[in-house]
Write a protein that binds this ligand. Sequence first.
Ligand SMILES: [Zn+2]
Length: 335
Amino acid sequence: MLIELTPSGLYCSAGDFYIDPQAPVRRAIITHAHTDHAKPGSDAYLTSRSGKPLVQQRVGLRAKVESLEFGEEIEIRGVKVSLHPAGHILGSTQVRIEYHGEIWVVSGDYKLEPDATCETFEHVKCHTFITESTFAKPHYKWKAQTEIFNQINDWWQMNSLWGTTSLIGAYSLGKAQRVLAGLDPGIGPIMVYPTVEKFLPAYKAAGISFPEILPFNETTIAEIREKRPLIIAPPQFARVDAEKKFGAVASAFASGWMSKGGLHSKIHDRGFALSDHADWEGLLAAIKATEAENIFVMHGFTNTLVNHLRSIGYNAHVIGATQRVQPAAEHSLPE
Ligand SMILES: [Zn+2]
């Protein structure tokens, strides 16, 4: 086993490094900057060049974070390591590991649909593929993002006509920026919550452009509240908080969990099923393209995917936590 699951996370003993460790370790390779993957306290981190500023924000400005360009190869104790785009959020990476001719790829979180706010997923051939399975149920099938963005912009325009401010909930890193990039600034003013705004410099440094946003402060809010802005904010900024500042508010949430009714149908007026994870067909397409004979499945509906893969001839196993139930709260699961 070139990579095994230990209490601290995925571990490559030949190279003596961890991938997305859940506890402090000596050397950590980080697939992306979501909090369930990038934990503080390790001695040294390695991630992609474009993901580095985001990972640095997560693990602390004083932490040692090194980076690689996508496709650049280094050797760690004789193990060849390279990073390849995962298409999940800016800088998100798959980790390719080669040792004595044997190749493993760890996917991290990924999606296949091109996204204006991150690098596009790269298919990497390997002998063993460790895949996520967040939405590994056959009924998860995403619509094209252009359709979702049209729905969001139409919803915003309609709210605006009715004299209502629009609040769209989205996880602060990744989803919020993707929603922002898809907005039509011709409809009205746009504001983003400070926890969203703090990540924008890293995106702009990577050459990603966004519609103009207004600063989220009391002065600006007083000036523009009659213009019915759209606000992008994480779940902790609820509709009741927005109503205190903006008056009448319509709220929505953007997440893959919004498909089939979603968790927030009782909380929000609308749900937009925009996910940064592969849907069922996407997972199967990614797995097939690796040409791997061994598949390890983690992070999600593991048993469903393993059982299906076995039925079509793969040597598939669950690695780590067993079948997950849908999370109790949207913000418990970064997308
Ligand atoms: Zn993630």
